[in-house]
Design a protein around this ligand. Structure first.
Ligand code: ATP
Length: 234
């Protein structure tokens, strides 16, 4: 459903991605790993339309969306949960969620859409009238994911959803991601923890210096770790 071909992105003179090609099948989860500065966030932003590619194409279900503005990409049912969550300060939990409804094409009541996400994230129901900034980091991450889900994405892009969260919160986030996978939502997941990748990903790519260094089943990460240990490069 997502096909990225020969994608290159630069920030002015600085190349951030070089000649990236990847595909995500209907309902599949692709994990993206790589060191700091490898280009993982840039890849998520490029697919969501927030940065413009210099070269290459991005297609969603056969439609070429290369160079589209983020609002238009969102209407193709692609939702991004960016690194750092980006909840709206000064708004309540429920007001933040309402903003997630703007890219929703499906008709039906707001109340039933909210019920659906509140049943996934009960803590958000409890805190719905609280200022979003008063939530813990883990709760804010749940809010960011819940808001993305309200647009009914076919493809959910998550940039390090477990970064900085307590282990119990990471479990909560991954329980929801697994549920989404079960109901057929495709995901592109930037994640550094091989154990988490093993739980959910169908495929993994390793980015190094803006290029795909390795690609395959999640097990390649174990093999790579062994090789790195053997050759002393870890
Ligand atoms: P991290 O894990 O640290 O978030 P990353 O793998 O997500 O790293 P990117 O944030 O995509 O990497 O950065 C890729 C390259 O592009 C890096 O060299 C980074 O310094 C550069 N870069 C990222 N954003 C910008 C920007 N807005 N302006 C200029 N250069 C940028």
């Amino acid at each position: 459903m997502l096909k990225v071909s020969n994608l290159s992105v630069s920030y002015g003179p600085i190349p951030a991605l070089r000649d990236i090609s990847l595909e995500i099948g209907e309902g599949d989860t692709l994990a993206v790993v790589g060191a700091n500065g490898a280009g993982k966030s840039t890849l998520t932003l490029a697919i969501a339309g927030a940065v413009r590619p210099a070269l290459g194409t991005i297609e969603i279900a056969g439609t070429d969306i290369t160079g589209w503005l983020p609002e238009k990409v969102a209407f193709q049912n692609i939702a991004l949960v960016p690194e750092g969550r980006h909840i709206f300060e000064g708004l309540t939990v429920e007001e933040n969620l309402l903003l997630g409804m703007t890219a929703r094409k499906e008709s039906g009541s707001t109340a039933s859409a909210f019920d659906e996400v509140y049943s996934m994230f009960p803590v958000l129901r409890e805190r719905r009238t609280s200022q979003a900034t008063r939530l813990s980091g883990g709760e804010q991450q749940q809010l960011a994911i819940a808001r993305a889900l309200l647009s009914k994405p076919r493809l959910l892009i998550l940039d390090e959803p477990s970064l900085g969260l307590a282990p119990i919160m990471v479990d909560t986030v991954y329980t929801v991601l697994k549920k989404l996978k079960e109901i057929g939502v495709a995901m592109l997941l930037v994640e550094q923890n091989p154990a988490r990748i093993g739980e959910i990903a169908d495929h993994v790519i390793v980015l190094t210096g803006g290029s795909v260094a390795l690609s395959g089943r999640p097990e390649i990460l174990e093999r790579q770790a062994l090789e790195d240990a053997y050759f002393g490069t870890l």
